[in-house]
Design a protein around this ligand. Sequence first.
Ligand SMILES: [Zn+2]
Ligand SMILES: [Zn+2]
Length: 318
Amino acid sequence: MNEIRKDYIAEKYVIFSPKRAKRPHAFRKLKEKDIPPEKCPFCPGNEHLTPKAIKQIPKKNWKVRLIPNKFPALSEVPFNGEEGKGFFKHYKPYGYHEVLIETPDHYKEYHELSMKQLELCFKTLVERYKFLLAKKETVYVTVFKNEGKMAGASLGHTHSQIIASPVFPKKISEKMTASEKYYKKEQRCPYCDIIKAEKKKKERVVSENKEFIVLAPYASTWPYETWIFPKKHISDISCLDNSQQKYLVKTIKKLLGKYAELFGDLPYHIVYNSFPKSDFWHFHIEIYPKLKIYGGFEYFGLYVNEVLPEYAAKKLKF
Ligand SMILES: [Zn+2]
Ligand SMILES: [Zn+2]
């Protein structure tokens, strides 16, 4: 049965077409092998191959290493706001583009890291997020992880990225507008309401613990896409207390472990959606396993998904 679903609040539609999953090679193995540790700039001993570290914890025999991106999309240049006229407006490429190397171990997958190591990674990311957000010209700080070449990671050695930009990413501003519209009408955070509604329906709940809930969203764009929400209204990643951070890290680890169990070594994106203290923005993490490559039709912003989220939730349950 095919169906067109609308996103919870945004003007985004997805065509569900479960029959298409039966096509041969519907979900290809997209992960590729990587360069050996001797040549890997993220491996200990090769530190000279990267720009000078911003931070190494600990300084000697580091467990995590924060570095500027060698090929940054944005950098610290003087910023003059919007320039140009009419159709031709532009900005100086101001910003920060940094990389967190999450383990000295070349071969460890992210979800295979110990809880202690994952907590250290998370704390380092949050601290840097706060630091970059405090910069005068920064409007938004994007935190994300690409795992595997097909997910856009240029290196297989596990790492996350942080980009501070003087403009909002399109997806964030669209979601923000939709959230604010809902909030103005209902006087409640839309995501708090979504969590409540999905808990009642149960069929798209992947997992739940004291602090977090994992959903396969109603209008998932990608097969097996999941979102992780704190159950309490928290809008910003830096507002999670110690215990909530621990719960979150554990939730991510278990969820990624479940993906690995189902699909093996698969490429994915982790996207952190955070916004400083807001009544209508609810912090959440989106996970996009790359089980397919999108074609021309999706370029228009109308997606075809072969896997209903109810089915994905059942398969991913942990
Ligand atoms: Zn390496
Ligand atoms: Zn909320």
